[in-house]
Design a binder for this molecule. Sequence first.
Ligand code: MG
Length: 203
Amino acid sequence: MKIFCIGRNYVDHAKELNNEVPTEPVVFLKPKSALLQAGVPFYYPEFTNELHYEAELVLRVAKNGRYVPQRHAHKYYNAITVGLDFTARDIQNELKKKGLPWEKAKAWDSSAVIGSWFDFTPDMAKNGIDFQLDVNGETRQAGHSSDMIFHFNELVENITQYFSINIGDLIFTGTPAGVGEVVVGDVLEGYLEQEKAFRLEIK
Ligand code: MG
């Protein structure tokens, strides 16, 4: 199982971190060991002092593929949820300065959190999807899939030019503005179309 992640896929988020708005998808991967398993607590990692949440829509791959054109891409995913692409921002900033890879900031154990799965419906394909992240009961991020620079099918097309996708792979589709720091004791709740997808406490 592979975890694909898309960076800078919302204009307002690219700007809040002073990044350029990309002209093609920014893709990175997390290993399988990055996925927080159900029922396992999330512990604040020791190697960072600036842990950031990034709430994102996550697609689940339903069909093996390579070189998938946009017009067929919708057949390659069938479920969606809200997840967290946890980022050690202090480490990422250091790595970015040096032009080094991001894995130590983004791909560590339990850095990928996913909520419960929802069927991806034709209505979602047509009207898009709302999602939201609350921290301690206060809304910090609210996004809509229509605000993505590269939409689901463009992402599948682009990813599969480089990588095969397989059943069960995940695609984190990028975060809207409002990313920020968490501390031990914070409670994060993700919502997809007003329905709760996950609740996570930082231990
Ligand atoms: Mg992200």
